[in-house]
Design a binder for this molecule. Structure first.
Ligand SMILES: [Zn+2]
Length: 295
């Protein structure tokens, strides 16, 4: 039998347990790193994704001017590998390249091929900002965003062909449907990510950059400056088209950060970054952009 004192203590403990559980459960759901998975229709494995990425990368290298400066390429690659190794998908082989154009942009292909424009290297002000941008791009690869899209188009294409073979569609209907839902597969450089994909890449990038040892404020600051960009608007147009909604993204990242306890000693800048910036500014300016090929 419980005496009165024990009964009061028991009731007090129950309330304490209840309150603790209530507080834990009512914490905002933000501060959790997303766990990405392939879409159910994405039946391609890592190896197939890398083969496809390599092909797309060879095409991209033909269409874009890759900056041929070995020290800058090595600097970007070192930083990129550090970020990718701390990502949720560290096993695929990542490749980082610099495109010789003033346009502020970065994009990723399936299989870990990541391109950073020279204009973006000019735009970032310290190494933590660049690490943040790279972590965002790695985030798109980690979450299979482009590869899910390829798989979706592939299965639509397969389905169309089967319907055609079964005599249920004529040639014109196949062409119309492909234009509506499929289209050429290798249009990654113009890929517009959805709002959900953008925020997933941001959140993955945020946790990734912290694990890589960088201050995540750099990512937020770079994104914030982009959303308030007052220079030549055509220089950021492509970036904003590929990666929409910077203002909302800044808010979401700030909220997430407010719920995290950051480890001490996170890095903001490095001598290597400063040296890379100096080297970049000593190079002849990028060639004027050619007219975009018609698609
Ligand atoms: Zn993005």
């Amino acid at each position: 039998m419980m005496n009165v004192k024990q009964s009061v203590r028991y009731r007090f403990m129950s309330i304490a347990v209840f309150l603790t559980a209530f507080i834990l459960l009512s914490l905002p759901l933000g501060a959790i790193e997303p766990t990405p998975a392939r879409a159910f229709y994405n039946t391609f494995n890592d190896e197939q994704e890398m083969v496809l990425g390599r092909q797309a990368s060879m095409e991209t290298d033909k269409q874009m001017l890759i900056l041929d400066q070995s020290l800058l390429a090595a600097y970007l690659n070192d930083l990129g590998q550090k970020v990718a190794a701390a990502s949720r998908r560290p096993k695929i082989q990542y490749t980082f390249k610099i495109v010789n154009t003033d346009v502020v942009n970065a994009f990723s292909l399936p299989g870990g091929f990541i391109y950073v424009n020279r204009g973006l290297l000019d735009f970032v002000q310290d190494e933590s900002e660049l690490a943040g941008v790279l972590a965002h791009e790695v985030g798109h690869v980690v979450a299979y965003h482009s590869m899910n899209d390829v798989a979706r188009r592939y299965w639509i294409d397969q389905g169309m062909q089967q319907l055609k073979q079964a005599g249920m569609l004529d040639n014109q209907q196949v062409v119309d449907m492909l234009q509506k839902y499929g289209g050429p597969i290798l249009l990654f450089t113009d890929r517009k990510f959805s709002r959900e994909e953008e925020s997933e890449a941001d959140m993955l990038g945020l946790y990734n950059v912290i694990r890589a040892g960088y201050d995540p404020q750099g990512m937020v600051l770079a994104l914030n400056r982009l959303s308030n960009f007052t220079g030549n608007p055509s220089l950021v147009e492509t970036l904003l088209m590929n990666h929409p909604l910077p203002a909302e993204r800044v808010q979401a990242l700030r909220l997430e950060l407010s719920q995290l306890t950051l480890p001490s000693g996170l890095k903001r800048d490095s001598y290597e970054f400063k040296a890379a910036k100096l080297l970049l500014s000593s190079l002849p300016p990028p060639p004027k952009p050619k007219a975009q090929p018609q698609q």
